[in-house]
Design a protein around this ligand. Structure first.
Ligand code: SAM
Length: 154
């Protein structure tokens, strides 16, 4: 199973980039991981920016890829539940599990409708930049749970 992380715009803060590099490196011990960046839209109305950014995200989804959205309105999962979601997909032969993080204006309804699952990390709104690190850390945590490694403590 290959993992793809899609997001909108460059990672601006160096301390966020450091976190991404750290946890992306850890995740790659368990599964091939590719991070793909959609260009951020600027200077238009929120709805137009959301629309254009989602069109760009949609183009990055490989054919047959299973789309998982990160969204505050999604389903809240525990880390063991995320681990079992990852292992189930791996065992069922999912080729590309594609996680998408929206831009500052989130997702359009039509992009939401393409998702196979929508996950919330919290009911609070987090910055789309920090969500990149939180998601990578949870995926890493998930793999350590799958492998019975001493990282996650109940
Ligand atoms: C600043 S938020 C967008 C807020 C936008 N007003 C909305 O309603 O979706 C940018 C992106 O960060 C991610 N995000 C923010 N908070 C999140 C949370 N609690 N759980 C999961 N993803 C979150 C989502 O992918 C979201 O599209």
């Amino acid at each position: 199973m290959r993992l793809k992380l899609l997001w909108v715009g460059k990672t601006q803060e160096s301390w966020v980039r450091t976190g991404i590099e750290e946890y992306a490196g850890r995740v790659k011990r368990y599964a091939p991981l590719e991070i793909l960046e959609a260009r951020e839209e600027k200077g238009a109305q929120a709805a137009t920016m959301r629309e254009r950014e989602c069109e760009r995200l949609a183009k990055l989804i490989p054919k047959g890829g299973k789309l998982v959205l990160l969204d505050e309105r999604g389903e809240q999962m525990s880390s063991p539940e995320l681990a079992s979601f990852l292992s189930k997909n791996r065992d069922q032969g999912t080729q590309d599990l594609v996680f998408a993080i929206g831009g500052a204006y989130g997702f359009t309804d039509s992009f939401r409708a393409q998702a196979f699952k929508t996950i919330s990390l919290s009911r609070m709104t987090l910055t789309h930049q920090m969500v990149r690190v939180f998601l990578l850390e949870q995926i890493y945590r998930g793999f350590t749970i799958i492998n019975g490694e001493p990282y996650h403590h109940e």
